[in-house]
Structure formats: structure tokens, C-alpha cells
Write a protein that binds this ligand. Structure first.
Ligand code: DGY
Length: 331
């Protein structure tokens, strides 16, 4: 009989960088998914049965029901910054440390938000489809004429790290006026640093030439932008959503785009993704991308690494750097 101590077991719930799994193998027995698709809830519960920790993405739902089936679980570490898929109070009640991955994806995500806004304003994908379809016969003065970005008013809904990084790009790079709405107002110095002016939601909707949505999803931000809000926007305005599906009422947005109540939209996130509202697939004035705002390889690696760092710390007596409920470790 050997006296060898068994390492705690952890699950990597999605196919991920092999070097992150190797890093975890130095501390744990690792069960790493190699399936391209997420586990169904029952399979996730079964795989977690004897695990002390799990590395998840923004896709896996971690709730009280799941936690009740794996009482030995002590840490749920996500490589996403958004954590609406994790019931943090339920984790705390179960003594499970939860963490997300803020900071490491800020600039990459802001780059993408800006790119999506520009593609939307300047009709990049719509004109590419036209070209690929062989419809380009000659130059004409109004062919795919869009809206300017430089010098326009940039409206930001949700002024956290990513919102502020988008504001910097707009103000410093493109001479845009920046207005924002957020649950809490930024300190004056932070507003001055990005040249941003606080506005009510109604003012923001009225004034923005380009509205970029970066607000986290929660019960209180569900359908924050619906038909009534879209009706307050300029008919020439664009809307870009890189936050979460559900912040915008996609059915109302599809109808506003169809009726040209706003000029165009750029969407990286969708209600019920990977399903996309059929009305959004048939209007030409929308740029659609499959939730890739943080998808540069170095950033995705940094996100996974931060999740691994949190997991190692949580299960080896360390201090997870980006815990959502550090009090869970003391329970
Ligand atoms: C995030 O980190 O929240 C991104 O949306 C990826 O899920």
C-alpha cells in the first residue's frame, strides 16, 4: 500500500490552451474537456462530482442547483470578466470561491468595440457582401455612404474599465465628444482624463451619434435598451453591443433596424446566443460577430492564465487575485 497523497481534482470545463492545463497539472489532477461544445448541465454536474475546483468560461451556468450536487467543490474560476453565468451569492453560501478575469482583456475588448462601431458606421460588411456578390459595377457618390466617426458624439452605456478604454480611443484618437451613463458617476479626474460628460440615460440616447453598450448583464440591465429607448435615438445613430445578450431587446432592435428608426447596429452578443434573432439575420444594416470581442490569442491566454492563478491560489491556501467573494475562503 502506498502512502501517496492524492492531488485535488479540478475540471477545465472547455477546450483550452494545453499549457494552462499543464500549469494546473503541477498542482492538481486535471480533467480537461477536449470537446468543442460546452457540457450539457447534467454532464457538467457529473464531471464535477469529485472535483475541488473548476475553470469555466462565460458559458457554463453555476447555480445553487449545480452546487448542491458537488458538495466538495471549493472554487469556480472563470476566464471571463462577465459573470452573469455564476450565482455568486449561491457560491458564497456553499463556501465556494468564485472569481472572474477583469483587467487582462480591457484594451483588446475596447479595440474590438471600436472596430465594430466603425464597421457599423461605415457599412463595412454590408459593402463587402455587395462586392462578393459581384454587384459592384461602378463608383457612385452615395454608394455605401455611412456616418462619420471622427468628431461625432460617442455615447457609452456602462463606464467601467472597458467603457473608459473606448472613451480614450474616441476622445484622444478620433476627436469625439464623449457622453456616458453609468450606475455611478466617475470621479471628476477620471471624467477629465477621458474627456467624458455624465448624462442621464435619456440624454445619452438623445445625444449619441454612436452608442456603445458595455454594461454588465443583471436583472436590472435586462432589456435596458428596448423599443422605447431605441425610439429616443437619432435616426442617423448607430448602436454597438459588446456587453451581453439580453441588455438589448433583440426583437425590438431588429424592428428598429428594419424600419430605419436607427441607422445601423453592430452586435457581438445576442439574447440566447448562439441563436440569433431571425429578424437580425435579414436586415442589411447590422454587423454581426460571434462573441469575439476579447478574442486575440495573447488576451485569451492571459484570461485563461488569470483563471488558473485564481484556481491555484484558492485551492492551495493563497489569495486569489480577482476573487468575487473572498469571504467564501474564510467560511
Ligand atoms: C467576457 O470575458 O465576459 C467575454 O464576454 C467572454 O465571455
Amino acid at each position: 500500500m502506498t502512502n501517496e497523497r492524492r492531488l485535488p481534482r479540478v475540471l477545465i470545463a472547455r477546450r483550452l490552451f494545453p499549457e494552462v492545463a499543464d500549469r494546473l497539472r503541477a498542482h492538481f489532477e486535471v480533467d480537461a474537456s477536449d470537446a468543442p461544445d460546452p457540457f450539457a448541465p447534467a454532464e457538467l454536474a457529473a464531471r464535477l462530482k469529485d472535483c475541488a475546483g473548476v475553470l469555466v468560461t462565460g458559458t457554463e451556468r453555476i447555480d445553487a442547483e449545480l452546487l448542491a450536487t458537488c458538495p466538495q467543490l471549493r472554487a469556480v474560476c472563470s476566464m471571463a470578466v462577465g459573470y452573469n453565468n455564476i450565482d455568486v451569492p449561491a457560491c458564497t453560501a456553499a463556501g465556494v470561491l468564485a472569481s472572474n478575469a477583469p483587467g487582462v482583456l480591457t484594451e483588446t475588448t475596447a479595440d474590438f468595440g471600436f472596430a465594430l462601431m466603425m464597421a457599423t458606421a461605415r457599412r463595412v460588411t454590408e459593402s463587402e457582401h455587395f462586392l462578393r456578390a459581384g454587384l459592384w459595377k461602378t463608383w457612385s457618390y452615395d454608394m455605401f455612404a455611412g456616418t462619420d466617426v471622427h468628431g461625432a458624439t460617442l455615447g457609452i452605456l456602462g463606464m467601467g474599465r472597458i467603457g473608459q478604454a473606448i472613451a480614450r480611443r474616441g476622445a484622444l484618437g478620433f476627436g469625439m465628444k464623449v457622453v456616458y451613463h453609468n450606475r455611478s458617476r466617475l470621479p471628476e479626474a477620471d471624467e477629465a482624463a477621458v474627456g467624458a460628460r455624465y448624462a442621464s440615460l435619456a440624454e445619452l440616447l438623445r445625444e449619441a451619434d454612436h452608442l456603445v453598450i458595455v454594461v454588465p448583464y443583471s436583472a436590472s440591465s435586462h432589456h435596458l435598451i428596448g423599443a422605447a429607448e431605441l425610439a429616443q435615438m437619432k435616426p442617423t445613430a448607430t448602436l454597438t453591443n459588446i456587453a451581453r445578450g439580453g441588455v438589448v431587446d433583440d426583437a425590438a432592435l431588429a424592428e428598429a433596424l428594419r424600419a430605419r428608426r436607427i441607422a445601423a447596429a453592430g452586435l457581438d452578443v445576442f439574447e440566447g446566443e448562439p441563436q440569433v434573432h431571425p429578424g437580425l439575420l435579414t436586415v442589411p444594416n447590422v454587423v454581426l460577430t460571434p462573441h469575439i470581442a476579447s478574442a486575440s490569442l495573447p488576451t485569451r491566454r492571459a484570461m485563461a492564465d488569470l483563471a488558473a492563478t485564481n484556481l491555484i491560489a484558492a485551492l492551495t491556501g493563497g489569495t486569489p487575485p480577482t476573487a468575487l467573494n473572498p469571504e467564501a475562503l474564510r467560511l
